[in-house]
Design a protein around this ligand. Structure first.
Ligand SMILES: CC(=O)SCCNC(=O)CCNC(=O)[C@H](O)C(C)(C)COP(=O)(O)OP(=O)(O)OC[C@H]1O[C@@H](n2cnc3c(N)ncnc32)[C@H](O)[C@@H]1OP(=O)(O)O
Ligand SMILES: CC(=O)C(=O)O
Length: 504
């Protein structure tokens, strides 16, 4: 089975073209350059950076990325239209993804033409693009619903006229993996073949793998599976499946996949589903006691791949499904030592919080542990007052007065909004006692009316230590301040090796 894959498969990443066609997504040239640079650095062979014909901004992006001297081949989408090909050549593309509708449905209903017209358009476009000095990937749009004999002849004539590669598009994600294994081999014998799959029925990855196993030497994919409608084959899932399940060396730096994913999610503003394979927040997070217990003995019990392979870290969350093994491990991380009955009591309080529907944060565990172990710690920081101002004609501003180690400190800051301003002011107020960075801010459980409870979770980092903390109030600013103060107190408290083990 393994031998059927080509030895060094190539990847054409189309995050910046098909991925950007995700409704509502629009990337500025600099954003595209950032993503293209990382794609090239991790080893993607070809980057389709957009559609040069679409807008001035698209052409500016193409020029910027083409001039950046990246190792990857820079490609752009073109129709069978001379203007598109001219833009590609004039703005610095090395190659074109020349897309030609090939199913009768697309030819007759969309273009209102016939097969002969489209064949001629395809071949003329190949010749023209070659004259303009471009590498040509001749692509059949809706190829999986096309008459396969017609498609074969169109590709064969295109290759005779100079097409360097051909591409088979399963445009609406209807090709099964079984069908791919029948259709692809004769086409792949014509020229190097790329496979481009969509995920309308959730089969994008399976069909791409099947096509690659059947002779496709290049796969089109997008970061996070972005793309039209339900998206395209996700690059991170494809690369990891090839590496881990099929033993194929992809040449991709897998340890940068998570970094790439978060960059794309941030710039496109498309959040990652928490359970998304490889890159979702929960992909390497465990809560259930049985799983956590297994993981703590040997991670392979419940993890098919090591999180480090994709640049991630394992997390064990606490909640109502936790068991004593994971709670003990979390306590020990925090420097607490417990005896059996103390541990049992802490586990039961953790479960109680879970039963109330709450996420159990580090600060919650800390508070429970201190109560059960009867340790009273004086908080390093206490809030004395804070004020925020925002409105349509003022810059959002906040001032805070904190008592830090017994001394009053007042700081003020502006921000993108009142929450941002107050968080910046808080961080300024504690900067002399610790460099605390806000790694993540998350608002949850906003349901009901405008007076609903708001649940804010923050992730804070100090000296490489990452903790989560929560605040729950009906006022989002109060909830944010509560989460920040409680988290900062956790980080600023000295770790006491002798903590815990009180017997009573
Ligand atoms: C499956 C895919 O992902 S295909 C890629 C989709 N990407 C895009 O659409 C890129 C963004 N698109 C755009 O900016 C615009 O649609 C443009 C600039 C390409 C065209 O804009 P307009 O000239 O206003 O045309 P409009 O968008 O209304 O219609 C598309 C035109 O392209 C033609 N066309 C569509 N596909 C092709 C093709 N592969 N080759 C040649 N012509 C094509 C259509 O027939 C139609 O032309 P017509 O009105 O003369 O029949
Ligand atoms: C070209 C393309 O993106 C498709 O057919 O899906």
């Amino acid at each position: 089975m393994i031998a059927l894959f080509v030895k060094s498969p190539r990847f054409l990443d189309t995050t910046l073209r098909d991925g950007e066609q995700t409704p509502g997504v629009s990337l500025k040239p600099d954003d595209k350059l950032n993503i293209a640079t990382l794609l090239s650095d991790i080893g993607v062979s070809v980057i389709e950076v957009g559609s040069a014909v679409a807008s001035d901004g698209e052409r500016e992006s193409l020029r910027l990325i083409s001039d950046a001297g990246l190792a990857a081949e820079i490609c752009t989408f073109v129709r069978g239209v001379q203007l598109d090909i001219d833009y590609a050549a004039d703005y610095g593309a090395e190659s074109v993804h020349l897309v030609i509708p090939v199913s009768d449905l697309h030819i007759e209903k969309k273009l209102r033409k016939d097969r002969e017209y489209v064949t001629q358009m395809a071949w003329d476009s190949v010749e023209y693009a070659k004259e303009r000095g471009l590498i040509v990937e001749l692509s059949g749009e809706d190829a999986s619903r096309a008459d396969q004999a017609y498609l074969y002849d169109l590709y064969a004539g295109g290759v005779e006229r100079g097409a360097d590669r051909i591409c088979f598009c399963d445009t609406v994600g209807v090709m099964t993996p079984e069908r791919a294994s029948e259709i692809i081999p004769p086409l792949a014998a014509l020229a190097p073949l790329s496979i481009h799959c969509h995920n309308d029925l959730g089969l994008g990855l399976a069909t791409t793998l099947s096509a690659m196993k059947s002779g496709a030497s290049c796969a089109h994919a997008t970061v996070n599976g972005l793309g039209e409608r339900a998206g395209n084959t996700p690059l991170e899932e494809l690369v990891m499946s090839l590496e881990v399940l099929y033993g194929v060396k992809t040449g991709i730096r897998t340890d940068e996949l998570y970094h790439l994913s978060t960059l794309v999610s941030r710039l496109t503003r498309v959040p990652l589903p928490t359970n998304k394979a490889i890159v979702g927040e929960m992909a390497f997070t465990h809560e259930s006691g049985i799983h956590a217990h297994g993981i703590l003995r040997d991670a392979a019990t419940y993890e098919p791949i090591m999180p480090e392979m994709v640049g991630r870290r394992r997390r064990i969350l606490l909640g109502k499904h936790s068991g004593s093994a994971s709670v003990e491990a979390a306590l020990s991380e925090m420097g607490y030592k417990t005896e059996t009955r103390q541990l049992q009591e802490i586990v039961s309080r953790v479960k109680q919080l879970g039963d109330e529907g709450k996420r159990v944060t580090d600060s919650d565990l800390h508070a429970i542990a201190e109560a059960v172990l009867d340790i009273s710690c004086t908080p390093v920081i206490r809030m004395k007052q804070f004020t925020t101002v925002s409105g349509n004609s003022v810059m959002p501003t906040a001032s805070v007065t904190l008592t830090v180690n017994g001394e009053d400190i007042t700081q003020a800051s502006t921000g993108a909004g009142p929450v941002d301003a107050v968080i910046m002011a808080l961080r300024k107020a504690v900067q002399d006692v610790g460099d605390i960075t806000l790694e993540e801010y998350h608002v949850d459980a906003i349901y009901g009316g405008t007076d609903a409870l708001v649940d804010v979770t923050v992730k804070l980092m100090k000296d490489g230590e990452l903790i989560t903390s929560r605040g729950a109030r009906t006022d989002i600013i109060m909830a944010s301040v509560e989460a920040m103060i409680s988290g900062m107190n956790r980080l600023l408290r000295e770790k006491d090796e002798n903590r815990g083990k009180n017997t009573h």
